[in-house]
Design a protein around this ligand. Structure first.
Ligand code: ZN
Length: 446
């Protein structure tokens, strides 16, 4: 069987109400894929929640009834094996979490993001989303060729219509994106391990990367459906890669006093090895939600992105993604998406303040919060903005202190962590110690 490489592109227009303007009519066969997100569609503005970035929610999922045929076709194509970060990006592109991206960046978008914090179109965008390959592999691929993207285990994930190939100057990317070339920075370290060239072009997702958390992951369209079902006009997004402590709960509840709903959206893609494993964190989220939150006002969904630890640039990226899930507001704590002392505590806030709002900028409104703590004199949770008391009256533990207490089998104080969460973390620490390793300190908000 032979198929025109462009024929499967009709799949793009088969999903109503999203990318492609919702027309069920077959697209003209030669229409190039990936150009469909340049103009806002009426469907985009009719979606509940904030408008998608760029005006339209991208949909690059191959419909189920076309999957088998396309998988057979893809089996005969050149195969490019992608790393865990690219596999995570693939899924998020396909479901519209990275709208308006319809694929991996070409050189123009990549350069523009590095230099100007925008896509080539002028839309605000802060992190490169590239498919890195070895330069030798890039040389073998032709521009105009459709290649099959596969997971390391051989699973076919997606098709990529290659429109561009370019070299990556990793040192320059590190300096621009991470503000450092230090390989001790986990994001820089990951970048240095990736291929030195990139293939750019639109993608079509055939199968999602495997995830043990699949049933807990809602796509942007599904989150927006929940927003609509619950009648929320305002939705606050909360990103974290850590267990939920009372400080995080306090910030979320401050926001819930003002806005209709909360999207608790923990990142569960690849993280550094000493972050608490996703499964343990999910148990803490379930426990704290069941015990302390009004269920109708919270949606818990997992965000399967890889963590870059890019500080300010990643904070903005996190906000853009949550806008695509429908959030109208996004909580940005101190040192958001930071690591070690590579960024100042307020660097992310400053970047948000420099970027344009509305138009080509963000529609989602950042909510800046100081670190919270329990104050014995106040008799409750507070921040430096609301509590006048000295440090010694505040219950606040560093990640290192938490780790030490858990390693010693000592329960965390209830002023710091709900007992249900403390118990889960203690059990994790015990199990990890029995295995000879520990899954890392629950660090501040992320
Ligand atoms: Zn106080």
């Amino acid at each position: 069987m032979t198929l025109d490489p462009r024929t499967p592109d009709t799949a793009r227009n088969a999903s109503p109400g999203t990318d492609g303007g919702g027309s069920p009519a077959p697209a003209p066969a030669p229409a190039p894929a990936g150009t469909g997100s340049s103009e806002p569609s009426p469907a985009g503005s009719a979606l509940p929640g904030a408008p998608p970035h760029g005006g339209r929610l991208v949909d690059r999922l191959v419909p189920a009834d076309q999957r088998d045929e396309m998988l057979r076709w893809a089996a005969g194509l050149r195969r490019v094996v992608v790393d865990a970060q690219a596999a995570a990006d693939l899924e998020l592109i396909a479901v519209g979490a990275y709208s308006p991206l319809t694929g991996f960046m070409d050189r123009d978008d990549y350069e523009s993001v590095l230099e100007s914090l925008t896509l080539d179109s002028g839309l605000t965008w802060t992190l490169p989303v590239t498919l890195n390959v070895d330069p030798e592999e890039a040389r073998q691929v032709r521009e105009g060729e459709t290649v099959a993207l596969a997971a390391p285990d051989g699973t076919l994930l997606a098709l990529l219509d290659v429109e561009d190939r370019f070299r990556i100057n990793k040192g320059r990317e590190a300096a621009k994106v991470y503000g450092t070339q230090d390989p001790g920075h986990p994001g820089v370290h990951a970048l240095y391990r990736r291929g030195g060239a990139a293939l750019g072009g639109p993608v079509r997702l055939l199968q999602r990367p495997p995830s043990v958390h699949r049933s807990r992951i809602l796509d942007p369209a599904a989150v927006r459906a929940e927003i609509q079902r619950r009648g929320w006009r305002t939705v606050v997004g909360f990103q974290t890669r850590n267990p939920l402590h009372r400080a995080h709960e306090y910030l979320q509840k401050c926001a819930l006093e003002l806005y209709d709903g909360l999207l608790l959206h923990p990142l569960v893609g690849p993280t550094k090895d000493d972050d608490v494993p996703a499964g343990v964190r999910i148990d803490t989220y379930d426990a704290v939600l069941a015990g302390y939150y009004p269920g109708e006002r919270v949606v818990l969904s997992l965000f399967p992105a890889a963590m870059r630890y890019a500080g300010p640039r990643e904070a903005v990226f996190h906000a853009i993604c949550r806008q695509n899930y429908g959030c109208t507001h996004f909580i940005v704590g101190r040192s958001h998406a930071g690591v070690g002392d590579f960024y100042g505590p307020y660097d992310a806030w400053r970047l948000f303040e420099q970027l344009p709002r509305g138009g080509r900028g963000l529609a989602v409104e950042p909510l800046f919060f100081e670190d919270a703590f329990y104050c014995r004199a106040c008799g409750g949770m507070a921040t430096a903005r609301t509590c006048p008391h000295p440090e010694n009256l505040r219950v606040s533990l560093s990640g290192t202190e938490v780790r030490r207490m858990l390693a010693a089998g000592r329960p965390l104080p209830p002023e710091f962590t709900r007992p249900e969460v403390g118990t889960i973390l203690l059990e994790h620490a015990r199990a990890a110690a029995a295995r000879g390793g520990w899954g890392g300190p629950p660090a501040p908000a992320g």
